[in-house]
Design a protein around this ligand. Structure first.
Ligand code: 3PG
Length: 208
């Protein structure tokens, strides 16, 4: 599962983090991002239509590899997998979620922001985690500092990252990709500016 997850995360420098308010936006948004080179996307369970959006993308955007974010419980994990999620992302790292991950074929990317949380994920058998919220938790210097004592862990930092600071992270050897919402701004989604989003995605895909 680590290999599957790593191959997904290494396939592009930026993982779009999406909040989808209207289910009809889901497929065109996923297609627009894929057209720009961002095929793996994270749909967060922060809106009532999120699971429906994941289902729609899994069926309607064959180029996309859709994952679920904001997974807070084993119930969320199961529902997201049922909807067709290919990977699962959480803001945190809890024993209940580690157990759900162990029982599932779908790989888990837990959120961590301390040495102990990273070590808990490591003890659960994971070798790649999210670093969240990245900018607020010490940013790139944190990941640089942790690379010596905890040398066998890889990170996907997320939170406060944009085109401006993405390379601070992407230049670190223990970073596999960054996550961010900047490639799908709310106003562009509302306006259905799919060409504009493809352009933002292409810009992000060219990083590193
Ligand atoms: C999130 O979970 O909201 C992600 O970390 C995205 O953060 P961003 O909006 O700062 O990119």
């Amino acid at each position: 599962k680590t290999e599957t997850l790593l191959s997904i995360l290494k396939s592009q420098p930026v993982m779009p983090v999406l909040i989808i308010e209207r289910v009809e936006d889901a497929v065109p948004l996923a297609r627009a991002l894929a057209a720009g080179g961002l095929k793996a996307i994270e749909v967060t369970l922060r809106t009532p239509v999120a699971l429906e959006a994941i289902r729609a993308i899994a069926e309607g955007s064959p180029d996309t590899l859709v994952g679920a974010g904001t997974i807070l419980s084993p119930e969320d994990y199961e529902a997201a997998v049922k909807a067709g999620s290919k990977f699962i992302v959480s803001p945190g790292a809890t024993p209940a979620l580690f157990a759900a991950a162990k029982a599932s074929d779908v790989p888990f990317l837990p959120g961590t922001s301390s040495a102990s949380e990273i070590m808990l994920a490591r003890e659960a058998g994971l070798r790649v985690v999210k670093f969240f919220p990245a900018e607020q938790s010490g940013g790139a210097p944190f990941l640089k500092a942790i690379s010596s004592p905890i040398a066998d862990m890889k990170f996907c930092p997320t939170g406060g990252i944009s085109l401006k600071n993405a390379n601070d992270y992407l230049s670190l050897p223990n970073v596999v990709c960054v996550g961010g919402s900047w490639v799908a701004p709310k106003d562009m989604v509302v306006a259905g500016d799919w060409a504009g989003i493809t352009k933002l995605a292409a810009e992000a895909a060219a990083l590193r």
